[in-house]
Design a protein around this ligand. Structure first.
Ligand code: G3P
Ligand code: MG
Length: 295
């Protein structure tokens, strides 16, 4: 389904933003141009190409681009001294040679850590990047889903600082904000209404509130981002009728990716972009059997 490239979708983006931004047609055109022009289903490299390189490092993001991922997902949070860094967990214990909570460590302390060796010794010395470093390195080359992961400090300044950075780097056409934290999404949306919002739903019963119509009341989202096992034909149909999309996380299994693509999801988050690209190419080839085969 070409739903996210069609006129109804462009119209819905306009409505979605006009509520906040009257008389700014240029911004509306910019949003439509960027997000809509990504291939469907969109293949987001989850924490970069994290099946092939250490997650949330520049090495993983650059590899994702070389592998042909359409877009990149990353996890942003604040250090003790208010800098935005890219790391998934609330602590550095799993992915570095250090220990402690990210929010208790300064950027200088975090920069001394090795965020590569836990994955493979070949990546020894790979640092935890700042969001600014990542956006400067790849922001003009791809589309970036910035997950606002201030889950251990839900009222901190992450949304404001992220919005200011995106604006300063002139990347508001090339990013979207996502989060399980509705407060962060509302605050980011208030500052940069032209940036699409993806509302993440936790798996199973705990995410049912977000997946229901109540979720749409809380956050003016453009995409609902449920866990892949919660994606059903009904949820896709409902959201497409409302001119919203479904981006689902985190799917690395061949058959499951195939199922989701056949259901008509608008995008997936995967650690393994080459796998997802092969499945998407195969599906396209099967739809048009005479098309030339691309490697
Ligand atoms: O945005 C999709 C996914 O990243 C959400 O879960 O825990 O991997 O950040 P998590
Ligand atoms: Mg994430």
């Amino acid at each position: 389904m070409s739903y996210l490239t069609g006129k109804p979708f462009r119209y819905s983006i306009a409505c979605y933003n006009l509520a906040k931004l009257p008389n700014q047609p240029d911004i509306l055109r910019m949003v439509a141009a960027m997000f809509n022009d990504l291939p469907r289903p969109i293949i987001f490299a989850h924490r970069g190409a994290s099946a092939h390189a250490p997650e949330n490092t520049l090495a993983a993001f650059e590899l994702a681009l070389r592998q042909g991922a359409d877009a990149v997902e990353l996890d942003a949070k604040l250090t003790a001294d208010g800098q935005i860094v890219v790391i998934h967990d609330q602590t550095v214990d799993r992915t570095t040679d250090g220990s402690g909570r990210v929010k208790d460590l300064t950027l200088a302390e975090l920069r001394k850590l090795d965020a590569g060796s836990h994955f493979d010794i070949a990546f020894r010395g790979e640092p935890i990047p700042t969001l600014e470093e990542v956006l400067k390195a790849i922001g003009q080359l791809t589309f970036v889903n910035i997950e606002l992961t201030n889950y251990a400090s839900i009222l901190d300044q992450l949304p404001e600082k992220t919005a200011v950075l995106v604006k300063r780097l002139k990347l508001s056409r090339r990013v979207m904000f996502s989060s399980f934290n509705p407060i962060s999404l509302r605050r980011a949306h208030h500052l940069l209404p032209e940036v699409p919002i993806g509302f993440l739903a936790t798996p199973g019963f705990s995410g049912s509130f977000v997946r229901s119509w109540l979720g749409r009341l809380i956050v003016p989202y453009l995409t609902l981002n449920p866990e892949h096992r919660d994606v059903t034909p009904k949820i896709i149909t409902q959201l497409h009728k409302l001119d919203r999309g479904v981006l689902t996380y985190t799917v690395n299994d061949n058959d499951e990716i195939d199922r989701l693509f056949q259901l008509g999801v608008d995008g997936i988050f995967t650690d393994d972009p080459p796998l997802a690209l092969r499945i998407r190419n195969l599906a396209k080839r099967n739809r048009s059997p005479n098309a030339p085969v691309k490697s």
